[in-house]
Design a protein around this ligand. Structure first.
Ligand code: PMP
Length: 408
């Protein structure tokens, strides 16, 4: 509807935020497709598998049984019990019912936590590259994201020295994501212990751990989560997870977290005045996902691993690109600095990773996301949640385009 009054004025808190670049690129790719181009989209962070049938059946059964009303604010007892069992069985952490919250996606978990704890000027340390929502939520809640660059040569992982240097009296949180979106890098116990030691020296800093991709790990890399690794950090750790990625349930909207009861109750206050409980039907489906068979996870992981190897090998064979082999998630984060500043066959010069990604979309019909969108310019992210055939075609197109740029 056209605003005829001329009085619309967005709040200052959204002045520096925009619609996620990932969504914008997705929209441009769709527009090209609609115009008849054969575009391959490797932008979205979404498994290409379907939600398992037993999960869908549980949702149907819940609807038939009339479970279609509001539930308890932080989730049904049955769901919280299933979440507690999951944390205990898979992660070795035990949480009581008042230490668990279920939300409308892990994104809402993070939003609730930051809304409930940040005052203006409070700082949150975010290792870079990061999932862009982290910094945007911090800003939305009046906090200051403190971005710490973690390049490929350090495995995209934050070091204890970097953490120590970033902490100030104003620091409230460190956000850690393993395996990471967008780099795929994961933290093993020897990477985590020194970071936890620094946190133990700085009691004002809490730890937000995003374990969303824990089931997508390769080469026998074992997931370890800080609250289990070091029980002394558990009283100020929020351990976040969800069903979106492991169970291919992105559209169902269910994330959850375990943490100290004081923090969980504060988060519940925010949830009570924004969305109330997560969908009752989704909660029933999530119980089936968490309690049901888990063996298909290994098949899906094997299939992702095959794709990872294909994508990383092909990227490293492409002139001007290099890509670290990620430990997990379904993203490859390729360095493209050697291709920046060179002339395109059309006569333009690509000076930034954003320009390169635009050019790839326009000339090679492949949509990928620039590293700048994740706080680290000079890279781009490929989501390899696509079939081997699609990936082969996309990588051939990328290679041909990059050969044109580098004149090889
Ligand atoms: N954490 C990470 C690292 C993610 O990549 C995503 C989804 N892109 C989420 C959390 C959010 O997941 P959801 O809100 O679907 O539960």
């Amino acid at each position: 509807m056209k605003d005829l009054s001329g009085t619309f004025r967005p709040a200052e808190r959204i002045a520096s935020l925009g619609v996620s670049e990932i969504l914008q690129i997705g929209a441009r790719a769709s527009a090209r497709k609609a115009a008849g181009h054969d575009v391959i989209t490797l932008g979205a962070g979404e498994p290409d598998f379907d939600t398992p049938d037993h999960v869908k059946q549980a949702a149907w059964d819940a609807m038939q049984a009339g479970e279609t009303k509001y539930t308890a604010l932080t989730g049904t007892t049955a769901l919280k019990d299933a979440i507690a069992r999951k944390f205990s069985r898979e992660n070795g952490i035990s949480y009581a019912s008042d230490e668990i919250i279920a939300c409308t996606g892990a994104k809402q978990v993070i939003y609730n936590a930051m809304m409930a704890t940040l005052d203006p000027g409070d700082e949150v340390i975010i290792p870079t590259p990061y999932w862009v929502t982290y910094s945007d939520i911090v800003e939305l809640c009046g906090g200051i994201p403190v971005l710490v660059r973690c390049e490929a040569d350090q495995g995209f992982r934050l070091t204890a020295d970097q953490l120590r240097r970033a902490i100030t009296d104003k620091t409230r949180w460190l956000m850690l994501n393993s395996p990471s979106n967008p780099s795929g890098a994961a933290y093993a116990a020897p990477d985590l212990c020194p970071l936890i030691d620094v946190l133990l020296e700085n009691p004002q800093v809490w730890l937000m751990v995003d374990d969303m991709y824990e089931h997508i790990l390769y080469d026998d890399f074992r997931h370890v989560t800080p609250a289990a690794l070091c029980p002394s950090i558990a009283p100020r750790t929020l351990t976040i997870n969800g069903v979106s990625k492991a169970f291919a349930m992105t559209g169902w909207r269910l994330g959850y977290a375990g943490g100290p009861a004081d923090l969980i109750s504060a988060m519940a206050i925010i949830q009570s005045q924004s969305t109330s409980c997560p969908s009752s039907i989704t909660q029933a489906a999530a119980i089936a996902a968490l309690d049901g068979p888990q063996d298909f996870l290994a098949d899906r992981r094997d299939s992702f691993c095959q794709r990872r190897d294909l994508v990383v090998n092909r990227l490293n064979d492409t002139p001007g690109l290099s890509c670290r082999r990620p430990e997990g998630a379904f993203y490859a984060f390729a360095e493209c600095n050697d291709l920046l500043g060179v002339q395109t066959p059309e006569g333009g010069v690509l000076t930034t990773d954003r320009a390169l990604c635009n050019w790839l979309l326009e000339t090679a019909d492949v949509a990928v996301i620039p590293g700048s969108a994740f706080g680290l310019p000079g890279y781009f992210r490929i989501s390899y949640a696509a079939s081997i055939e699609t990936l082969e075609t996309a990588l051939t197109r990328i290679e041909q385009a990059c050969r044109q740029l580098s004149g090889i």
